[in-house]
Write a protein that binds this ligand. Structure first.
Ligand SMILES: N[C@@H](CCC(=O)N[C@@H](CS)C(=O)NCC(=O)O)C(=O)O
Length: 203
């Protein structure tokens, strides 16, 4: 199976961590989305990474579908619980963590526009979503080692990828100081080999 990814995509990182945790070997193909010949759009009409290309050429996207595919593909401990109520809780954590990431990516894209085309109201709106999301995540992780059922799961992976992305692009938000429960959780996650192997790099 081949994974089309970019090095600092938090969504692709989530998939890479799931694969590492499940001991699934992926053929990693880094792509440049800005390249007009980028092959991603041939496999995902939305032109977004990550995309998983299966042996028969079929493709799987987006990251939420890929992680479910991988979790069911390999035996061993499930990162997405099989009982419905725990599964919904894990996927809600993922939805909120990914949503914070979506808002942070939108704010960053707006900030990268030439100054005369930037809309400060847009940046503020997106950063408010980031702040509201982090407040809830910080509260929800109080006194817990892992997000759901005291077991490491996709919820922890999604949260860690979002926090890693904020560390990379929004260090000035000081999330580590403002959200101490999240900082504690993150310090635990980054000790895992799967997180170490996929650390975002400043570009
Ligand atoms: N919901 C998607 C989000 C994927 C996404 O937004 N990926 C970004 C990279 S971080 C991308 O490919 N952006 C290119 C574009 O939007 O054209 C997922 O979970 O996979």
């Amino acid at each position: 199976m081949k994974l089309l990814y970019t090095l600092n995509s938090p969504y692709a990182r989530k998939v890479r961590i799931v694969a590492l945790e499940k001991h699934i070997e992926l053929d990693l193909q880094e792509v440049v989305l800005a390249d007009p010949d980028c092959i991603v759009k041939n496999h995902n009409p939305l032109g977004k990474v990550p995309v998983l290309i299966l042996a028969d050429g079929d493709s799987v996207y987006d990251s939420r579908v890929i992680v479910e595919y991988l979790d069911n593909h390999a035996p061993g401990t499930h990162l997405i619980p099989t009982d419905s109520s725990s599964k919904i809780r894990v996927r809600r954590w993922e939805a909120l963590a990914d949503g914070v990431c979506d808002a942070a990516v939108s704010a960053m894209l707006e900030q990268r526009k030439p100054a005369e085309r930037q809309l400060q109201a847009n940046i503020d709106k997106q950063l408010e979503k980031v702040t509201r999301g982090l407040e809830v995540l910080n509260l929800d992780i109080t006194k817990k080692k892992w997000c759901v059922n005291e077991t490491f799961s996709l919820a922890d992976i999604a949260l860690g990828c979002t926090l890693g992305y904020l560390d990379l692009r929004f260090k000035h938000l000081n999330w580590q100081d403002n959200y101490p429960n999240l900082a504690k959780h993150y310090s635990l996650l980054v000790k895992r080999p799967s997180f170490k192997a996929t650390m975002p790099v400043v570009s």
